[in-house]
Ligand binder design. Structure first.
Ligand code: HEM
Length: 167
């Protein structure tokens, strides 16, 4: 007899039918359309996150509208250097409430960056006109530009800082 395949045997018939069915499923995979839009991963590929992830919008800030982004509420942390607003939230260890550079959070950090100082007197009160930086020496300006370079490579630029009465 040797190795012969007898389709007449019930078990072989059953296996053969099962193979046909499996091959058919591979060639024509069932596409089931969900009745409702899925909100979380269940199985397969048809899933969406619960909500859209937060997006970063380029915005115009003033000293007063920038100030709330100081991270003290656990939220986003922004700071400005020479009018450029950076989202430094990923540097919470630096700029968070307990961070070494926490003073800069939510503020115009230009002067401090230029003079390499995080002293409080580097900051302009938020209800006053923007720091024009006119008294800075060239090497201090260059130092500030170096920090802008560093921040540009590390953080997202998310806005521009203008005078309180400009918008
Ligand atoms: C006591 C002296 C200081 C020490 C020991 C110190 C130490 C450090 C260290 C360890 C880092 C982290 C570098 C990294 O991981 O990329 C850093 C970054 C930094 N430091 Fe200082 N620093 C000092 C003074 C200052 C001062 C006076 C300023 C004022 C502008 C300053 C501004 C910064 C900034 C802006 C960063 C970059 C943080 C970032 O990438 O978001 N540091 N410093």
């Amino acid at each position: 007899m040797g190795l012969s395949f007898n389709l007449g045997t019930p078990i072989n018939t059953a296996l053969f039918l099962y193979i046909l069915y499996s091959v058919q499923r591979i060639i024509f995979p069932p596409i089931s359309k969900p009745k409702t839009i899925p909100h979380e991963f269940k199985s397969g590929y048809s899933w969406m996150p619960k909500s859209h992830p937060p997006t970063v919008l380029y915005k115009i800030y003033t000293p007063k509208t920038l100030e709330p982004f100081n991270g003290r509420d656990g939220g986003r942390i922004l700071l400005a250097i020479n009018g450029i607003v950076f989202d430094v939230s990923s540097g919470r260890n630096f700029y968070g409430p307990n961070g070494m550079y926490g003073n800069f959070a939510g503020r115009d950090a230009s002067r401090g960056m230029a003079k390499q100082s995080f002293d409080l007197d580097m900051l302009t009160p938020v209800d006053q006109p923007l720091d024009k930086l006119e008294d800075l020496r060239q090497d201090e300006i260059d130092n500030m530009k170096g920090w802008i370079e560093h921040f540009s490579n590390k953080y997202i630029i998310c806005g521009k800082l203008v005078e309180n009465d400009a918008i």
